[in-house]
Design a protein around this ligand. Structure first.
Ligand SMILES: Cc1cc2nc3c(=O)[nH]c(=O)nc-3n(C[C@H](O)[C@H](O)[C@H](O)COP(=O)(O)OP(=O)(O)OC[C@H]3O[C@@H](n4cnc5c(N)ncnc54)[C@H](O)[C@@H]3O)c2cc1C
Length: 554
């Protein structure tokens, strides 16, 4: 009855539903928190709508370090509740909820000193392993000898390192995961539309009874009727509270975090590396044929929609990584850079963003309106459950409990079996086994839908570029099933070409536009404008890199 397919026809039908139906819950924001809340509410049997004013995950939820983790550094802050909760979510995602997307990843914690540091870090990692409880999808931590470290990570400086401890966390393509949750919510009946902005609330007396939203494609205003409006707007929360004339119970401080992306050849290591810095930690994270290195943590006050890394951010990351790496990373090796904004629930007694709590806050400032902010990507499911638990009080009827702990997201079912059948799938489809593995790790059991596109047109089995594994069929699938509506959606979030390709995807913008134009009904002018919009974003995101490289070359 319901479908997970997000395409142009579904969007038209969603806009119609927004205008004509009465919803139990209207969610503002299509980041991981909003889509998690939409899935939680829809799977309790509620009638749900979600509006996102840009693309799904285009805010913080596509710009994280992409780790599904307990957060080792929160142990040092004695935040055991947060760590335990996050580790439970990590196990759930790796084993049940999203095993096609959330993968274990090994990290080395280098030690500089033989006894005291080893005891301290070893005890911390033992606690980290214990806090996850009896579920054990990921291996236990392990102390490594200097010889073993040299084998696993030849790039770690042997003259400085006295040992290392290997431990496991997990990683995910955040934008893809968020989109998959949105599609799962749609499959359970949620009405979902991106590029629809919530502009104001509708009130009856003091009670909020819905919102006025604008379809940014047509400019048309729609009044959505909903018993409860749930705001999941991340770093936009303060701004929206102000626009809505609402006095919230919390404020959201923004902290910018930047990452650089390097080719695999830049660092020789079979595992990721975590380094302690003065205020926080730096991760060197394996990412396909690249490394993602970051992050920074600096207070931020500028434009929320387009945070960019500064030259200082990039220099800081290189400097921190180079404390332990040999050969050192050179700025000329960097292929990509991105930055995101952490929504930190501000506590007036604290001024430094590194000290602000990573836990989330739920709020009900007026009847019919609740909101949530803060938290971590890893705990999105709990955030969704908590905010819907609060929202249902306003429905004044008995509502079923959350079932998301037992609800795998689309593509998860049958994944482990399909993984073992990759040779057969390769034979049946004519694609290489590595292409099948690439598709399985992005679509899971929905691989059939991508393969069906290739059956229709064999040319779409070709790679989009020899540098990266994405197939042309995936670009088509992005617009026929995944709600992509622009070149930027495809290059920045349905694929991660914008930070994985050495030119940021510049050379692929027009080929992608040509592939999606017929599906989206674009003429030549619309194609050109979508390419131009992507190029503008790319230029601003890579400005720091361009500056740095021109300095190196001059
Ligand atoms: C650098 C960095 C690294 C991080 N690394 C990790 C990590 O490794 N692991 C981890 O667990 N967490 C990590 N986090 C935290 C995590 O990414 C965030 O907590 C999470 O993504 C926040 O999701 P959200 O949905 O609350 O916000 P967002 O993703 O920002 O979503 C809010 C959405 O609301 C939409 N919106 C705003 N106004 C309107 C409106 N008027 N109408 C409709 N929609 C609107 C926005 O467009 C946006 O899409 C990191 C964060 C940063 C910045």
């Amino acid at each position: 009855m319901f479908t997970s397919q997000l395409d142009p026809a579904q969007r038209v039908s969603a806009l119609k539903s927004l205008a004509s139906e009465d919803f139990d819950i209207l969610i503002i924001g299509g980041g991981v928190t909003g889509v998690g809340a939409a899935l939680d509410a829809a799977s309790r049997g509620l009638k749900v709508a979600l509006v996102e004013n840009q693309d799904f995950a285009s805010g913080t939820s596509s710009r994280s370090s992409k780790l599904i983790h307990g957060g080792l550094r929160y142990l040092e802050q004695y935040d055991f509740k947060l760590v335990r909760e996050a580790l439970h979510e990590r196990e759930l995602m790796v084993t049940t909820l999203a095993p096609h997307l959330v993968k274990p990843v090994a990290f080395l914690y280098p030690l500089h000193e033989k006894y005291r540091e080893r005891t301290y870090v070893g005890a911390g990692l033992a606690l980290y392993d214990i806090l996850r409880g009896f579920q054990r999808a990921l291996p236990w931590h392990k102390h490594l000898s200097e010889k073993k470290i040299a084998e696993i990570a030849p790039s770690l400086r042997g003259d400085l390192i006295n040992g290392a401890i290997k431990y496991f966390d997990a990683q995910v393509d955040d934008a893809r995961h968020t989109l998959s949750i949105a599609r799962t919510a749609a499959r359970h009946g949620a009405v979902i539309a991106s590029r629809v902005e919530c502009e104001e609330l509708v009130r009856e007396g003091k009670r909020v009874v819905g919102a006025k939203v604008r379809d940014l494609a047509s400019g048309k205003k729609i009044t959505v009727s909903a018993k409860v409006t749930v705001m999941c707007a991340g770093v936009w929360s303060d701004q929206l509270h102000e626009n809505f004339g609402i006095k919230p119970g919390y404020k959201v401080a923004m902290s910018k975090g930047a990452h650089i992306v390097l080719p695999k050849s830049a660092i020789k290591s079979e595992a990721g590396i975590i380094l302690k810095t003065t205020d926080s930690v730096l991760f060197i994270i394996p990412w396909g044929d690249q490394w993602i290195v970051g992050t920074t943590d600096t207070p931020y006050k500028a434009d929320r929609s387009s945070p960019v890394a500064s030259r200082e951010d990039v220099e800081y990351i290189i400097e921190q990584a180079n404390r332990v790496l040999l050969p050192k990373i050179k700025s000329s090796e960097i292929i990509g850079v991105y930055a995101g904004l952490r929504p930190l629930v501000a506590n007036s007694s604290s001024s430094s963003t590194t000290k602000l709590s990573r836990e989330h806050t739920v709020d009900r400032p007026v009847p019919g309106f609740v909101s949530i902010a803060g938290g971590k990507y890893t705990t999105y499911r709990i955030m969704g459950k908590d905010v819907i638990d609060l929202a249902v009080n306003d429905l004044r009827r008995i509502v079923a409990e959350s079932v998301t702990e037992k609800l795998p997201i689309i593509g998860a079912d049958g994944f482990f079996a399909l993984e073992q059948q990759s040779a057969q799938l390769s034979e049946l489809s004519g694609l290489s086994e590595s292409a099948i593995k690439h598709l399985l790790n992005r679509y899971g059991s929905l691989i059939n839908e991508v393969l069906a596109i290739i059956t229709e047109d064999k040319k779409l089995a070709q790679q989009l570029s020899p540098e990266l594994p994405y197939l042309k069929a995936e670009v088509i699938y992005a617009v026929t099933h995944e709600g992509a509506q622009s070149v930027d959606d495809v290059l920045s979030r349905r694929t991660r070409i914008a930070f994985e390709a050495s030119d940021g995807g510049e050379s692929l913008a027009m080929p992608v536009a040509s592939l999606i134009a017929p599906v989206l009904g674009w003429d030549a002018a619309a194609k050109k404008s979508s390419v131009a919009e992507f190029m503008k974003l790319l230029k601003s995101e890579r400005a720091a890199l361009t500056k740095l490289l021109s300095q190196v070359n001059s």
